[in-house]
Design a protein around this ligand. Structure first.
Ligand SMILES: [Mg+2]
Length: 280
């Protein structure tokens, strides 16, 4: 099942689509050669907010694929766009989203941030200061991502600020994070502590929310119906692409099995073995 003729750009998930652990999936330089021949634009979208776009550019270069930093979007970039008000949340506040967000368009200059370089750099790039625990009183919103330096004081501070009514954002709801040791707690697992302690749900930037994919599409400049979201996970990539109103392709080189893909509702536009088969 090849790519439909009307598709002009691809938004690619990376883990399970381009690589599995350290191993590339297929002959990536050749696959990207085919993509270029067909005149398709590409963006890379990942829920992993710990790395910066530059780090992904380097990783791709190491696998023989040349891309520019603007082509890489992470949940950390998308959460900064949301906080900055550049990506508009739904007109009616999501469950638990404080109405203040809608009132001021989300333009805050200092936020209490739990996260690593990815989150902190993307906030700085938008002119928003990620504040440490000692300056949490100045925060206008709370942003949470995965943080391998997380501790009780950071979790307590986030909880107190959200309970006080500050708007609450998070990079992604992923329960686990893949490492060479196995699955360790992901951003969603840490966020769940604050959700339990406050009764408030954050606005998530990453998949399956539409914001990360919408940011990628805006950068590509193609219409929704011309932009194909390619991923290996049903509950994130496929659900996210469908929530964003774009056609979706499931590759079976990662997490999801063919039977699960075929049973998924709404129906998936394209189901293929891997990225190479999508371009065959
Ligand atoms: Mg994946």
């Amino acid at each position: 099942m090849p790519i439909p003729q009307y598709i002009k750009s691809l938004i690619l998930d990376m883990d399970g689509v381009l690589w599995k652990g350290d191993a590339p999936i297929g002959d990536l330089p050749r696959i990207f050669g085919r993509i270029r021949e067909r005149g398709l634009k590409t963006a890379f979208a990942t829920n992993n907010g710990t790395r910066t776009p530059g780090q992904y550019v380097e990783r791709l270069a190491g696998l023989g694929v040349t891309v520019e930093p603007w082509q890489v979007v992470t949940s950390a970039l998308a959460v900064a766009e949301l906080v900055d008000g550049a990506l508009t949340p739904p007109p009616s506040p999501l469950r638990g989203a404080p109405p203040i967000f809608v009132e001021n368009g989300g333009r805050w200059r200092g936020v209490f941030a739990i996260g690593e370089a990815g989150v902190k750099e993307s906030l700085h790039a938008k002119g928003i200061e990620p504040l440490p625990v000692e300056r949490a009183a100045e925060a206008q919103a709370v942003v949470m991502g995965i943080d391998r330096q997380i501790n009780f004081e950071k979790m307590a501070t986030a909880t107190l600020l959200v309970r006080r009514g500050l708007p609450f954002f998070a990079t992604n709801p992923d329960k686990t994070f893949p490492t060479s040791r196995g699955e360790i707690p992901g951003a969603g697992a840490w966020v769940s502590v604050v959700v339990t302690a406050t009764g408030m749900e954050p606005i998530y930037a990453g998949k399956p929310a539409p914001y990360l994919l919408e940011l990628a599409r805006q950068r590509l400049g193609t219409a929704k119906e011309e932009t194909l979201v390619v991923g290996d996970r049903l509950e994130t990539d496929i659900a996210g692409g469908q929530a964003a109103g774009m056609p979706v392709a499931l590759v079976l080189s990662g997490v999801a099995k063919r039977e699960e893909g075929e049973a998924w509702e709404p129906k998936i536009d394209v189901v293929v073995k891997d990225l190479a088969s999508l371009l065959a």
